[in-house]
Design a protein around this ligand. Sequence first.
Ligand code: AMP
Length: 375
Amino acid sequence: MPFTSLGLSAVLLKTLADQNFTDPTPIQQSAIPAILNKKDVLGIAQTGSGKTASYVLPLLMNLQQSSGPKNRHANVLVLVPTRELAEQVKGVFHTFSKGLPQPIKTLAVYGGVSINPQMMGLQGVNILVATPGRLLELVDNNAVHLNTIETLVLDEADKMLNLGFKEELDKIIALLPVKRQNILFSATLSNDLQNINQILLHDPVVIKIEAEEESLDRITQVAYIVSDEKKGPFLRQLIKEHRMKQVLIFASSVHLVEAIVNKLRKNRIEAKPIHSKKSQGNRSDTLRLFKAGHVTALVATDLMARGIDIDALPYVINYDLPRSPKDYVHRIGRTGRAGNDGNAISLVSHGELHHFEVIQKKMGKQVKLIDSENL
Ligand code: AMP
């Protein structure tokens, strides 16, 4: 599903393209339409899932229809546990506010720094991103009023409870209008959190995104040492030996993706490329054909890894290794999803062996390594 079908404005779609966000992540696919519809949302998702943009984008859309801020009365309140997250969330609001017809002012307030600049900054604010303690201080000083908040977001709510913010949260929630939209994100759903969400959320849309690390346990990983010039024939052999009907192959460059597809086709294996040089329409068609089982091998660059979400994909092959260990986890995390088992096979040249060590260390898992020369 492309961003264009989620109901976002042309300005936001342009910023998304400028940011190289080509396809929505799973949480964005579910949360954006729900938040646009003013529904309450409970998202169980970790950092890295794209959760921030999943509320930033629709809230900016909704604010475009809002009457604008009265003095020191914000429309949206985002509560976060730490100043780092406050700055990060503010940054995402800033990025996507660019070029909007109705200008949006976002301010981050948190403790550990002087309160005065924050007090002055509250003039004309639409979106307030805050840690709970400092927000209450500002309220006590009459520097901000919370009785016009239309939407409350609790981001990393589990962390907020762990840090002992429960009492402050209750105080803040009591200051908000009763009728409002509530959005709650948490990495886990603890008992404490169950209590909060039962008080807070009304008939919420519940979205659960499994952490990559959790699903890694369901993936059988193996790596073969293969020299670069033998990777092509070795790949074809793997596909044939395992009788693969649906395999996602990753390579680091557009050029390599195209070369792999050509070779596979020459060997009568149905293959299609997917990468940033293809139009959105072409990418959607390719993905549809692959999901429907009409294409055996989908060959992709890392940029496409996030958008490819297929519940029962049995095989992922790394034709080469991605530069970042995070991308490796994203790549292999395309299989072993939604409770299914998966297989991830990496072709590692001698030159990549050291890098593969680093990847395994970062991932916290050892992968069985087989020398293809000994097969
Ligand atoms: P978050 O889970 O909100 O902390 O986001 C994790 C990272 O993913 C951030 O660096 C975002 O810039 C990036 N990101 C979010 N959505 C997308 C998307 N649709 N495509 C590519 N990158 C994204």
